[in-house]
Design a protein around this ligand. Structure first.
Ligand SMILES: Cc1cc2nc3c(=O)[nH]c(=O)nc-3n(C[C@H](O)[C@H](O)[C@H](O)COP(=O)(O)OP(=O)(O)OC[C@H]3O[C@@H](n4cnc5c(N)ncnc54)[C@H](O)[C@@H]3O)c2cc1C
Length: 375
């Protein structure tokens, strides 16, 4: 679909092979638990953190290669892809972009070696989509107070990046879960059995070197990290959609009714045609946003990012739902890959900015700059 360099082609082929040979058999057994065995193998082969600098153990490539790796793996093993999305495109990536040398040396190598995980805390009980209304504060003498909710993967993480309010405005810091004043109050299971947690912070002292963003550039920096996270989220959704579509295509050839494979009925053929067209459209939007950002050395464009995130996550839910439909009652059974993919894709329309928030961003960009350029 997109012309890859030899190096990108090599990465993609190697990861597709690892996914097929090593991850396929247990692909749907993790169901929300971190697939540590797979992570260890990826780390050993140098494929964990491929978009991080080599000085921390990374592969020295870009977010585009990170997105290729998420796609290659997620179209076989959804949980492994979600783990590497979190690791390559979310909190650790923000640490590499904005962290002090001390913070990068401390937090990045264990993540890239597959030994640790860093969570992200943005949401609060009274502040979801309206991030500007957050009430978690860090004072001028760097004392943190407040509360975060829906923080994913806390039981597997030693540290988290938190979005906070400094006296001068929005910023971010890194905390560790065993510091005095950090209290994990409750863990919840979400719809796909992933764990999310509520955490309280009371007079937590933040070392200077753990401040990530603060001051007048903080908002632009946060946006840069968030837009990459959104493109990673779109990629993850596309990979899960492909996973479901491949299963539907196979099943449609095998399952016979009325004396012929169901895939020979036009009703099913048209479903498959719609599914693949939607998926490729979503992938094109996502790659365009990523490649344009790299080419121009800038933040992924707001309009391009939000269109990619909105379309990919909405279509992924729809494609997986149709794949389940093609499987009939089989696909609806607990433990079947399609019912799990359906639960997974549903969450992506909420995480990293809901559909409605993406539409607000798209409409605002349209009003500001008109339609995207033709060229
Ligand atoms: C699987 C999953 C993983 C997550 N992981 C994390 C994590 O690791 N860390 C973290 O901090 N958070 C995490 N979240 C939380 C996520 O970021 C929030 O759910 C999201 O930001 C929306 O906030 P909210 O749920 O409070 O909904 P609300 O903001 O209360 O919104 C409720 C509804 O109102 C709509 N709405 C709100 N404002 C507007 C508006 N201006 N215009 C139109 N509609 C509007 C929303 O789109 C939504 O449909 C996760 C969520 C999920 C589902």
């Amino acid at each position: 679909m997109i012309e890859l360099t030899d190096e990108q082609d090599m990465v993609l082929s190697a990861l597709e092979e690892i996914a097929r040979e090593e991850f396929a058999e247990r692909a749907f057994k993790w169901q929300g638990e971190p697939p540590w065995e797979n992570i260890e193998l990826l780390a050993k082969q140098g494929f964990l953190g491929i978009n991080f600098d080599e000085s921390y153990g990374g592969g020295g490539m870009t977010e585009f290669e990170a997105m290729l790796s998420i796609e290659a793996i997620g179209s076989v093993c959804p949980d492994t892809a979600e783990f590497i999305y979190n690791q390559q495109m979310v909190a650790p990536r923000a640490i590499e972009m904005f962290g002090t040398e001390v913070a990068k040396d401390r937090y990045l190598p264990p993540v890239i070696n597959g030994e640790d995980f860093v969570a992200i805390g943005i949401s609060e009980p009274e502040s979801g989509s309206d991030v500007g209304s957050m009430q978690t504060t860090v004072s001028n003498d760097l004392v943190l107070n407040g509360e975060k909710i829906w923080v994913s993967n806390v039981p597997h993480a030693d540290a988290a990046v938190l979005w906070v309010k400094f006296p001068e405005g929005l910023g971010s810091v890194i905390i560790e879960f065993d510091w005095p004043g950090v209290e994990v109050q409750e863990h919840y299971k979400n719809m796909h059995d992933g764990t999310q947690s509520q955490i309280r912070f009371e007079d937590v002292e933040i070392p200077e070197e753990n401040v990530l963003t603060r001051g007048q550039d903080a908002f632009v920096d946060q946006l840069k990290a968030l837009n990459w996270e959104r493109l990673g989220c779109a990629t993850l959704a596309n990979s899960w959609a492909r996973n479901g579509l491949e299963k539907a295509l196979d099943y449609a050839q095998q399952r016979e009714q009325f004396g012929q494979p169901i895939g020979d009925f036009q009703g099913i053929e048209w479903k498959l045609a719609d599914m693949v067209t939607q998926l490729e459209g979503a992938r094109l939007l996502t790659y365009r946003a990523a490649l344009n950002a790299h080419e121009h050395g800038r933040i992924p464009d707001r309009l391009e990012t939000s269109m990619a995130k909105l379309y990919s996550t909405e279509r992924a839910e729809q494609i997986v739902s149709e794949a389940l439909q093609i499987h009939g009652a089989n696909g609806y059974q607990q433990g079947h890959p399609l019912e799990y993919l359906y639960r997974l894709t549903r969450g992506r329309r909420l995480a990293a900015g809901t559909d409605e928030i993406q539409k607000n961003q798209i409409a605002a960009a349209l009003k500001e700059s008109g339609l995207p350029d033709l060229a």
